[in-house]
Design a protein around this ligand. Structure first.
Ligand SMILES: Cc1cc2nc3c(=O)[nH]c(=O)nc-3n(C[C@H](O)[C@H](O)[C@H](O)COP(=O)(O)OP(=O)(O)OC[C@H]3O[C@@H](n4cnc5c(N)ncnc54)[C@H](O)[C@@H]3O)c2cc1C
Length: 340
């Protein structure tokens, strides 16, 4: 915890809510000049803690202390971006969640080159998983969630579900797309949120029982045809639901489907699919429905709803053909190994 005393900690919290203070004004009966921060400081002075708040904070944080302190300071320094917002339309909450995530992702960018893990000034990177520094990603999530739970959910999808899958299961072909071999341009673009992705696993009819999903991925190719995979959702019940980042923002999706090749089913695999063009327009073959506010979410800033049940989705639509057409007949990566 970076706050040395409860007063300092509370002051920080108050600094993050100028909108509230402004909206509510001075409570009735309080003297002129009263502010929550001053009240907290006075209370703290009158009731000094019998323990070290800094030591307790350090213990509760557990790990990645330097990163946590830096991110907390960043959230406070970047006002009014991270100040709470109330009663805004859903569309505003969504944009705000993205703006906040982008700000966190781009802070420290280029300090020592985006490919350096740990020493580059970034708060988190999809490369942290392979580098044995997953704790960095988790700590960034914990601290970001203090400011905006919806933004933290977007962070989870961008770095864990989408980015983590591309990093872990993708090949150099995917990692380097859009740049020089070995440079990992696509991973950099995920880190900076230049490319935003979603994770399309859940189907309406199957939920937790994902291995039974109905969406298929069939290999197409042959003479004169560009090899690739056709993703097909056979009926509305197999539509991908609750897809965070799906209703807007995601240009890419890791789509899970039953791989079919040579008339045989080979189990559930993941495919990297371009779903929107650079201008944010949904690509042909993809159908997206907006599910609106998700029940139980505070600000409604979580983003739902990609549905590909309309028909087929050709991977030829991805930015780089090499991204989807890879070593083993276009298999992006094996995700689930079925055990009999
Ligand atoms: C905010 C939010 C964001 C989400 N974002 C994404 C996303 O980005 N991508 C994505 O793919 N999905 C996403 N989801 C979907 C989420 O992963 C699914 O809700 C989850 O997989 C569960 O599926 P279900 O809701 O159909 O529940 P079901 O599978 O229908 O389960 C309902 C209940 O039955 C229980 N149950 C199910 N099967 C069994 C069993 N065999 N034995 C005992 N109990 C069982 C479950 O524990 C649960 O309590 C999101 C959901 C939410 C709420």
């Amino acid at each position: 915890m970076c706050a040395a005393t409860p007063a300092a900690f509370f002051t920080r919290a108050v600094e993050m809510v100028p909108a509230t203070e402004q909206a509510l004004g001075r409570p009735r009966g309080m003297p002129p000049g009263w502010t929550p921060a001053a009240a907290a400081a006075a209370w703290s002075q009158a009731h000094p803690p019998s323990f070290s708040p800094a030591a307790l904070g350090h213990t509760l944080d557990g790990d990645e202390h330097e990163l946590r302190a830096r991110l907390r300071a960043f959230l406070v320094a970047r006002q009014p971006l991270f100040a709470p917002v109330y009663n805004a339309p859903l569309s505003r909450f969504r944009e705000l969640a993205l703006e906040r995530l982008v700000a966190i992702c781009r802070a420290g960018e280029g300090a020592a080159g985006p490919t350096t893990v740990g020493g580059d000034g970034r708060f988190l990177s999809v490369r942290d998983f392979a580098a044995g520094r997953a704790s960095r990603v988790l700590a960034a999530h914990e601290i970001s969630g203090l400011a905006d739970g919806s933004m933290a959910t977007k962070m989870t999808v961008q770095f864990n579900l989408f980015g983590g899958t591309v990093a872990r299961l993708g090949t150099a072909t995917h990692h380097d797309a859009g740049g020089a071999p070995g440079a990992g341009a696509f991973l950099d673009a995920i880190d900076s949120c230049q490319e935003v992705g979603c994770f399309a696993l859940t189907e309406a009819a199957y939920g937790n029982n994902a291995v039974e999903m109905e969406t298929t991925a069939t290999f197409v190719g042959g003479p004169g045809r560009q090899p690739g995979w056709v993703i097909h959702t056979p009926r509305p019940a197999a539509a991908k639901l609750w897809i965070t980042n799906g209703a807007c923002h995601a240009g890419w999706a890791v789509v899970f489907a039953q791989l079919e090749t040579g008339g045989r089913r080979e189990g559930v695999h993941a495919f990297l699919v371009r779903i929107r063009d650079e201008g944010g327009r949904v690509l042909r073959g993809v159908s997206i429905e907006d599910m609106g506010v998700k029940m139980g979410t505070l600000a409604g800033g979580w983003l739902g709803g990609i549905s590909v049940w309309e028909g087929v989705l050709l991977v030829e639509t991805v930015r780089s053909a090499a991204l989807a057409v890879v070593e083993v007949e276009g298999v992006c990566c094996t995700v689930v190994q079925l055990v009999d």
